[in-house]
Unconditional design. Structure first.
Length: 234
């Protein structure tokens, strides 16, 4: 297979028609200070792409904050943020997607799936990572303006078509961040990464997420993926 085929297999990997997960998030800054958050996230497949809903519950200063992504078949994805203090939903515009998401080490761009056709993909080599034989895949934006990153290098488990690690570089080739997926578990026939960690190599900070409960193919109602639900939750 060539690089584009590998990228497409990852993009098309079966992750259920929908999913609902409870997640603990731990943010660790350069000094080792920790902040714990809890959230839920839901995803659902649609003909034009997936929709993703996230709501935070603790601590109190972030309770009710919600985030919504709608994938579009053609063009940019739509992202919306609801902040209870403002009592309104605002759209995340393209120029804001490089910004940090609610003070984590993820940017808004990191929270959306990147379409395969936006990048040129090539296999650099194969090697073992975390006990899996992996393709090491380099993905470079066809249009520099379409991403904050100059390139991404991903370790793809050949037996699972699943990403285990991503290194992010700036346009000058400087390493910026590293994303790790671990504690893989077969849940209802779907391989799931229980633990996710984003490392900011410049800030020397980390954001860790652990799934405490996840269910697939629950028939999640469409109303969950609306701006109205972000505000009212029903």
């Amino acid at each position: 297979m060539d690089g584009t085929q590998v990228a497409q297999k990852v993009y098309d990997r079966d992750d259920g028609d929908d999913s609902y997960a409870r997640v603990k998030m731990l943010i660790i800054d350069k000094r080792g200070q920790k902040r714990l958050r809890t959230l839920v996230t839901a995803t659902k497949d649609y003909p034009e792409g997936i929709k993703i809903f996230t709501r935070f519950y603790t601590p109190a200063d972030i309770d009710g904050t919600a985030f919504l992504t709608w994938e579009n078949e053609n063009g940019d994805n739509d992202q919306f943020l609801y902040l209870p203090a403002l009592r309104r939903v605002r759209r995340v515009v393209s120029s804001q997607k490089k910004n940090r998401f609610v003070n984590t080490d993820f940017t808004y761009e990191d929270l959306e799936r990147r379409k395969v056709a936006l990048d040129d993909h090539r296999i650099l080599r194969t090697e073992t990572f975390a006990g899996h034989s992996c393709w090491v895949l380099e993905s470079t934006p066809k249009k520099a303006s379409s991403s904050q990153y100059g390139k991404r290098v991903s370790w793809i488990a050949q037996d699972l078509n699943m990403t285990l690690r991503v290194d992010f570089y700036d346009p000058n080739g400087k390493p910026l961040k590293r994303l790790l997926f671990s504690s893989l578990k077969d849940i209802d026939g779907i391989w799931t990464a229980i633990d996710t960690e984003m490392q900011d190599l410049e800030r020397e900070s980390r954001t860790l997420m652990r799934i405490t409960d996840i269910k697939y193919n629950q028939g999640i109602p469409d109303r969950v993926f609306t701006k109205e639900y972000m505000q009212h939750g029903n």
